[in-house]
Ligand binder design. Structure first.
Ligand SMILES: [Mn+2]
Length: 490
């Protein structure tokens, strides 16, 4: 907290100078939430802001940024892993980094101030997000910013940090951020069906929003969902109106939940995943009922869709309060994004040659079939819903718009606990490939960019690294291993 306060002190000096601040943030839901938090905090102090959203912080981007001339720069949800590039490009300017990715370990020069939970013994993979670090600093920026904790909850869920029991947030997310958000009256935490629209949408519509777990034949498939429901002994309409989850009796809820679990088990989704449909939900109580923004996980999905379609500015505008034209635009972006995810998953399901199994991993190459911004999401969803083999990490390739190859790697918690660190593997493999390759990320989800034609060599290097990592069989200390009693729907 002292460090957060000191970091805020640096930004406060800039606010008092009344010069524009250049904010750069990452294009995923966490990055956009972080930008929304810092953007709001600065706007509340009437500080002019320039905001840019980027997929990665490479030398080209930094050179463009430095060309803005003397400046004050904030990096959110990225920067710690690219400290060496920032040092080089912005050595004359003032920089603040608010990040939760593992720091590169390079020495931080005096013109840069880095706020990163890893430096204080917290694990940024699941204890706090980029939005969380931005919030801890915004809290000390003057004015009352506690309401922005809601965005930090959204960011944490966007980064899939709900790895506690029943998909609860843990660590700093739980102890500080959720508590602040509750105290500010902006977030309510409860146990319920973890399905968007449980209060407002017809049951079959709500069911098709289900993406965690992704249920083949129901997710993204309202007709399939309707067919599934038709077999149950539940009245779906009341007069002319469709009923909602919230309107179901306890017995009906139980019947629906049991049938869903049975259905998922038949689809090879393992029991603990199938049962995870009931869990912790976070409601943004100030948002309208029926709005995508009322459910924190759906809010994150909406933000993600704007970023992944290169319209992250719209996501940040929503974080900063727009509920009109840009929110409407985002609704359409979300619809298209969901369609693209569904198409990608369909391809992996239907084409038996799409995925190649190797000894320690599995891989697919989407070439130009999938937008390069969503291939990681597809890989993750396919893994978690068992469209892919759950026992191996997946390494996915796609041609990126700049003529190179984008790599996305995803794995599961048990494999991380067995010692796998994909972020490290991606970084080392990219270094070995060279020619401007870059890689990094979290142990469970990571990415890289490499030249075309290097895919096979990259896989071989990754396999070599994985063999070493898994050979060590280091046992991680438990997230969600504590056996407290489960909470149930109230
Ligand atoms: Mn993040």
């Amino acid at each position: 907290m002292e460090n957060a306060d000191a970091t805020a002190g640096r930004i406060n000096e800039w606010i008092e100078a009344n010069e524009p601040v250049f904010v750069t943030s990452h294009l995923d839901a966490d990055g956009l939430s972080a930008a929304g938090i810092i953007g709001s905090a600065l706007a509340r102090r009437n500080t002019p802001i320039h905001l840019r959203i980027t997929r990665q912080l490479d030398q080209i981007y930094l050179a463009e940024l430095a060309a803005n001339g003397p400046g004050r720069y904030v990096f959110c949800d990225l920067g710690s892993g690219q400290l060496h590039h920032i040092k080089e490009a912005l050595e004359k300017w003032e920089v603040v980094i608010l990040d939760h990715h593992p720091p590169s370990g390079n020495k931080v020069p005096p013109n840069i101030r880095q706020f990163n939970p890893h430096e204080f013994g917290f694990d940024g993979t699941f204890e706090i997000s980029g939005a969380g670090t931005a919030y801890l600093v915004a809290r000390h920026l003057g004015g009352s910013n506690e309401d922005l904790a809601a965005l930090a909850v959204v960011g944490a869920l966007g980064d899939i940090q709900d790895r506690g029991k029943q998909h609860d947030l843990v660590g700093l997310n739980k102890e500080i951020i959720v508590e602040d958000a509750k105290a500010a009256g902006v977030v309510d935490r409860s146990i319920d069906m973890r399905i968007f629209g449980r209060e407002t949408r017809p049951i079959h519509v709500a069911l098709q929003y289900c993406s965690d777990p992704y249920i083949p034949g129901i997710s993204n498939d309202p007709e399939g969902a309707l067919n599934f429901l038709a077999d149950l002994d539940i009245e779906l309409r009341e007069g002319d109106e469709w009923r909602t989850f919230a309107s179901l009796s306890k017995d009906e809820k139980r019947q629906l939940n049991t049938s869903l679990i049975t259905y998922m088990l038949k689809k090879n989704i393992p029991p603990h995943e199938a049962q995870s449909l009931i869990g912790v939900v976070f409601t943004l109580t100030q948002e309208e009922k029926g709005s995508y923004l009322r459910d924190a996980r759906m809010f994150a999905t909406l933000l993600n869709s704007t970023g992944r379609s290169n319209q992250g500015g719209i996501g940040v505008a929503i974080c900063m309060g727009d509920r009109r034209a840009l929110y409407r635009k985002a609704e359409n972006i979300l619809k298209e994004y969901r369609e693209q995810l569904a198409l990608g998953l369909q391809w992996l399901t239907a084409d038996s040659e799409a995925v190649t199994a190797r000894k320690l991993l599995q891989t697919f190459h989407a070439q130009n079939r999938i937008p390069d911004t969503i291939v990681g999401s597809i890989a993750g969803m396919a893994l978690n819903s068992r469209i892919l083999d759950w026992s191996k990490p997946v390494v996915a390739f796609v041609y990126s718009r700049d003529g190179r190859v984008k790599v996305s790697a995803r794995t599961t918690q048990p494999i991380v606990e067995a010692g796998a660190d994909l972020g490290k593997a991606m970084r080392l493999a990219a270094e070995e490939i060279g020619s401007g390759s870059e890689g990094g990320g979290h142990n469970i989800a990571a990415g890289a960019t490499i030249p075309r034609g290097q895919e096979e060599r990259f896989l071989q290097i990754i396999e070599h690294i994985l063999r070493k990592q898994l050979g060590r069989m280091k046992v991680a200390e438990g997230v969600g291993k504590n056996s407290e009693n489960e909470e149930t729907i109230k």
